[in-house]
Ligand binder design. Structure first.
Ligand code: NI
Length: 201
């Protein structure tokens, strides 16, 4: 016969398992929504976007360079500026070692982020950061390739230009061959990011 104490223990264990499963599920969903079971290796792939000068760029233009990829938008109040600052600091820490890394800041808000805005915004953080935009279809396809979730949120009913965009905030690192190497969560320190990048270069 079980004592009440063992029974409480069993209940707590069940709650703990459910909580852990819930968190794991949420992480999975946030990072690679819609990804096949093969998982993180499926991140990345072809994209066609527009750079600051209005030129069409594809993943092939960066082949041979290590690539850091982050999706966000210039009106983002906090997460994107924080992440871009971290990436910029990591590049500074890497110094010469990271001189040929291309950092892509791809907007998830192509309606407001025009080529010149997104390019100028990205460059303010670091000269190695390239801002890219495109048509809604191009941006959606790029986000899908990187398993990035984004959706318009908190729209001001009196001003269609005033809204926030929810988006996943992982930073991806791709190798010179364009293949996925690793990802960094939002909140990673510049030092940790620089150390991990250095090992993968
Ligand atoms: Ni953001």
């Amino acid at each position: 016969m079980k004592t009440p104490l063992t029974r409480i223990g069993a209940v707590l264990a069940v709650i703990a398992v459910i909580a852990v499963a819930g968190l794991a599920g949420r992480h999975y969903w946030g990072m690679i929504a819609g990804a096949p079971e093969s998982g993180v290796a499926a991140i990345g792939g072809p994209f066609t976007l527009i750079d600051e000068g209005g030129r069409t760029v594809t993943e092939a233009d960066f082949r041979g360079q290590p690539l850091i990829v982050y999706f966000g938008y210039t009106y983002c109040p906090d997460v994107c500026p924080t992440t871009l600052t971290t990436i910029a600091e990591a590049l500074d820490l890497l110094g010469n070692k990271g001189h040929d890394i291309a950092v892509l800041f791809i907007t998830v808000d192509p309606e407001r982020d025009r080529p010149e805005n997104v390019g100028e915004y990205a460059r303010v953080f670091h000269p190695q950061i390239v801002g890219l935009t495109g048509t809604i279809e191009q941006v959606t396809a790029a986000a899908r390739a990187y398993r990035v979730y984004f959706a318009k949120a908190s729209q001001n009913p009196n001003d269609p230009e005033d809204y926030l965009v929810d988006h996943s905030a992982y930073t991806y690192m791709m190798g010179r061959d364009g293949k996925f190497l690793t990802h960094f969560p939002h909140g990673v320190s510049a030092k940790d990011m620089a150390e991990r990048i250095a090992k993968l270069l």
